[in-house]
Design a protein around this ligand. Structure first.
Ligand SMILES: [Zn+2]
Length: 145
């Protein structure tokens, strides 16, 4: 199947149905993360979490893009791990291979959000959801009390 994309003037809302140049109609789905906005490009990639049928479950991580090749991105995730013996934190890092859907474009060095999915290929069980430009500042309701 050929993957078709369409660039939109404005960012679509979740639930919008957009028709692609090949006549196919694609609904923008919710990935379940209210602070992430859907991309401005629509695709018909079945492995896309926004326009296909890949669901995000498990971990949602942030990281920096290390390299991009084809429809894959290597994302470096860093976190702090507490070592009780020394009462200090150590820095840990991990390179994660993530699927890059056609509607999301990233550059090396950009901060991205990735979400865990079912295994999409032998070494890929994460998908790139968007960059730091695609986030909103939604605050939890608890904070206003
Ligand atoms: Zn897509």
């Amino acid at each position: 199947m050929e993957i078709v994309t369409k660039q939109l003037q404005e960012r679509p809302k979740i639930g919008d149905v957009i028709s692609l140049p090949n006549g196919e109609e694609v609904r923008v789905r919710s990935v379940g993360l209210p602070w992430l906005l859907p991309p401005r490009v629509v695709c018909n990639d079945p492995k896309c979490p926004w326009h296909g049928h890949t669901s995000i479950r498990g971990e949602v991580l942030r990281g920096v893009v290390d390299s991009v090749y084809g429809n894959h991105a290597v994302v470096v995730h860093e976190w702090l791990h507490y070592v009780p013996k020394y009462k200090r934190y150590e820095r840990r890092r991990k390179k994660i291979h993530a699927y890059l859907p056609r509607c999301v474009s990233v550059k090396v060095g950009e901060e991205v959000t990735i979400g865990e999915t079912r295994p999409l290929s032998k070494a890929t069980a994460f998908v790139v959801l968007g960059t730091s430009k695609d986030t909103t500042s939604i605050k939890p309701k608890m904070e206003s009390i």
